[in-house]
Design a protein around this ligand. Structure first.
Ligand SMILES: Nc1nc2c(ncn2[C@@H]2O[C@H](COP(=O)(O)OP(=O)(O)OP(=O)(O)O)[C@@H](O)[C@H]2O)c(=O)[nH]1
Ligand SMILES: [Mg+2]
Length: 319
């Protein structure tokens, strides 16, 4: 097995993208892919999958897969169409997944293409031995029908992916109070694009504390539902004390109880020392369920002025 440390930096350009893929399914998923490519992503291939050719045309992605073009448009479009589309065109994607180890799958649930195709795409990736971490959005409660469709879709993704992180639009105001509903999609695009960049680059770039690709595979294997928690803290004052609030705002309707695994990544400026980050980690441990298995990384980001960013995904919930 190749050891990442022994590979010259220039060659990492080729090394990682073979193994790490970020895939969008449907309109929302691909808008996020587009966003990821606009902020820049080191070390992963991006794929865009959609039945909608016109939307695919305006997406920036490493590879685009127009699925279901051979199918007749049904009278009533349901996620079943998205599913069939992925099944008839899946062989091309299947090929593209060859050699991949970790696949991040992104879809907005509740529509036709993302809801129907994401479970199939997850299965195709896993057939190559890739580890699939899906990040899917759940519509606002006022969109009752879409939310129900989305919930059914999420159950299908859960059967096929290793981990499914549910991002509920209802929870966005907890993260950013006062956000107008009309900005919710843009805000979610930005949020997921940034967190996926972080989850990839904690593997592919040098960082204060790095996570290896093999750790992802070991850690997330068939862990089921994932709940994301996001916090930012100013670097002054009682930082350790304020970590008590780390689990206050889950991005879906779950709390920490019953979780057996915690993925924790901190982002800070360069002026945080390794010792300090260990202290912070001890502070975070105190708020996590006791005895939990933790994997953690720490990223240094120069433009992250005087604040500490925390990304926590709890998973492996006891049934
Ligand atoms: N983050 C984000 N979420 C969106 C966006 N557009 C829609 N959504 C959410 O994602 C769900 C699915 O929408 P789309 O992704 O557009 O639907 P689709 O999968 O392309 O399905 P069809 O267009 O019907 O084939 C919606 O119910 C919204 O909750 C977007 O641009 N960004
Ligand atoms: Mg669409």
């Amino acid at each position: 097995m190749l050891e990442q440390e022994n590979i010259p930096e220039a060659e990492l350009y080729d090394y990682f993208p073979k193994m790490i893929k970020v895939v969008g399914c449907g309109g929302a998923g691909n808008n996020i892919i587009n966003y990821i490519n606009s902020i820049g992503l080191f070390g992963a291939d991006t794929y865009a999958v959609d039945t909608d050719k016109r939307h695919l045309d305006v997406i920036r992605a490493g590879k685009k897969f127009h699925i279901g073009s051979s199918l007749e448009a049904p009278e009533k479009r349901t996620p079943e169409f998205g599913k069939k589309a992925a099944e008839v065109s899946g062989y091309r994607l299947h090929e593209a997944f060859q050699g991949s180890k970790v696949v991040f799958l992104i879809a907005g649930m509740g529509g036709v293409t993302g809801t129907g195709s994401a479970p199939v795409v997850a299965r195709l990736a896993r057939e190559y031995g890739a580890h699939v971490i899906a990040l899917v959005t759940l519509p606002f409660k006022e969109e009752k029908e879409k939310r129900e469709l989305a919930e059914e879709g999420i159950n299908e993704v859960l059967k096929n992916a290793d981990t499914v992180v549910v991002m509920d639009y209802e929870k966005l105001p907890g993260y950013d109070p006062g956000i107008p509903k009309e900005n919710a999609y843009f805000m979610m695009d930005e949020l997921l694009a940034e967190k996926i960049r972080l989850m990839v680059e904690i593997v592919t770039k040098r960082s204060l504390s790095h996570i290896a690709i093999w750790d992802y595979k070991r850690f997330f294997e068939r862990t089921g539902l994932g709940v994301m928690f996001l916090r930012e803290y100013p670097m002054d004052g009682d930082l350790i004390g304020s970590l008590e609030t780390a689990l206050e705002f889950p991005m879906s309707e779950h709390d920490a109880s019953g979780a057996t695994k915690a993925y924790v990544v901190m982002t800070s400026t360069r002026n945080i020392s390794f010792d300090e980050s260990v202290k912070l980690m001890d502070g975070i441990k105190k708020v996590l369920p006791s005895g939990i298995d933790i994997i953690w990384g720490a990223e240094i980001k120069k433009d992250f002025e005087k604040k500490l960013g925390l990304l926590i995904i709890l998973t492996g919930f006891k049934k």
